[in-house]
Design a protein around this ligand. Structure first.
Ligand SMILES: [Zn+2]
Length: 199
């Protein structure tokens, strides 16, 4: 079974579609703005004394402007994310350092993050490494949240990867907002999306 054949309920399918569309739209709008700015400013820009002499500076400035939307629109993440369901083969945790203020790294603002990766085997038997979250070591979701053998589900665009409930489970975690809720409701009581008990 391929991922696009996953039998998702319509509301979750829609969530994934909108999640994909948004960064593309933001990217296109940003690039259009940059193009408009270049169009309107180029005469003025290349007439200023310094840049008239060193054209390359103007070119580099515009090239940088043009690249910025790639980083701020989230379009790169949009193409690396994927909806999947599978069984956890192995849990891998790495610890890295980070700073509260990325622009002013100092010993005082240094802290440790846990990065949790799962080796997930899909229905075709293909094993892929997936990053599930990265957070400060004293976070809410502890690193032993996932165990080998768990069936996990990740919906495109969501920041959560949830454990698919077993038939005996009474609670399920919402794949969209991440809260745990009563499985008998069928829908998340916070965001209203279908709970991942449909597999
Ligand atoms: Zn929810």
């Amino acid at each position: 079974m391929k991922n696009n054949e996953l039998n998702l309920p319509n509301d979750l399918k829609k969530y994934a579609r909108v999640s994909k569309f948004k960064p593309v739209l933001v990217f296109v709008l940003c690039e259009a703005t940059v193009l408009l700015f270049i169009f309107l400013s180029k005469d003025f820009m290349y007439q200023t004394e310094y840049i008239a002499k060193y054209n390359i500076i103007g070119h580099v400035f515009y090239a940088v402007l043009f690249i910025i939307p790639l980083f701020i629109s989230g379009i790169r993440q949009a193409f690396s994310d994927k909806t999947y369901i599978g069984t956890v083969e192995k849990v891998k945790v790495t610890t890295t350092q980070d700073f509260e203020n990325a622009f002013k790294p100092s010993r005082e603002t240094r802290y440790k993050r846990n990065n949790v990766y799962l080796l997930v085997k899909d229905e075709n038997g293909v094993v892929e490494k997936r990053k599930v979250y990265s957070e400060r070591t004293k976070g809410v979701q502890s690193v032993d949240f996932f165990k080998a053998g768990d069936r996990v589900f990740h919906l495109y665009g969501s920041k959560y990867t949830v454990i698919v409930p077993k038939p005996s489970d009474t609670m399920a975690q919402c794949a969209v907002c991440g809260i745990t809720t009563d499985i008998n409701e069928g829908y998340c009581h916070k965001c209203g999306y279908t709970l991942p008990s449909f597999f």
